[in-house]
Design a protein around this ligand. Sequence first.
Ligand SMILES: C[S@@+](CC[C@H](N)C(=O)[O-])C[C@H]1O[C@@H](n2cnc3c(N)ncnc32)[C@H](O)[C@@H]1O
Length: 275
Amino acid sequence: MRGGGPRATLPLDDNRRPDMDRDHVRINRDVWNADAENWVAAGERLWAADAPVWGNWGAPEAGLGLLRADLSGKDAIELGCGTGYVSGWMARRGARVTGIDVSPDQLATARRLAREHGADITLIEGNAEATGLPDAAFDFAISEYGAAIWCRPEVWLREAWRLLRPGGKLVFLGNHPLVLVCSPASGAPCDRTLHRPYRTLWGVDWSVVEIDPSGVCFNLPMSGWMRLFADIGFVVEEYQEIYIPEGETGTQSSIPAAWGQDFPAEQVWHLGKPG
Ligand SMILES: C[S@@+](CC[C@H](N)C(=O)[O-])C[C@H]1O[C@@H](n2cnc3c(N)ncnc32)[C@H](O)[C@@H]1O
């Protein structure tokens, strides 16, 4: 799985937007149900971690600051919570936490680990693009490779906006768009060639390929993200690019370490909903 998720790509000349004509939510739910057992060990390790680490190479919280040290009295939601360790970290910092995920099998792991760690977290099965939760119910929303990459940006970001109170914050982490641009249509690891247009980048349909097919993921060019945030009303408070640490070798999540030491493998957006 690439990016905390799947791999493989559409043929280069196929610029269809699958979100327009395919049920990406169902496809992604089925992929994650089928793959859930492969994420149990990572979930157990990260629930037990002393301090948060982020993304596929465990970037330390100290250098990124995704979570405030004290979330006491705050209502927080994780959109696409998977095995729920980010929810667990927020609960440990004092937040009242809700985690939503479309995959019942991922949620089964999250529920077991929350129980084992004594974390009082509300875990809901549902679609982060349309949660059904009340308006302005949260102070903080976060997604690490959940809605951040598996949901249509123009839909889930509006939903996150609706869920947040004025003054609320949204932080999300996922693949850097360069990773998709540099990913060959074959599904092989990304390399130093531009394999697909940046201008029309919407994401990649990893479900229609022969090598290791999986789900439909989403991304945008920088100007697309910035325009979308502005249209919704979000203010960009910080933007971070994450490189793979020096000393890492080999290939993980379809990204060779050497590639990710020269190009950003991941990105983090910190957004605010003005008060
Ligand atoms: C890589 S996990 C990310 C969560 C967490 N950081 C982890 O690694 O366990 C991706 C999660 O996104 C969830 N997901 C995908 N599409 C979703 C949607 N439309 N609504 C809610 N969750 C979704 C999947 O079910 C999966 O559990």
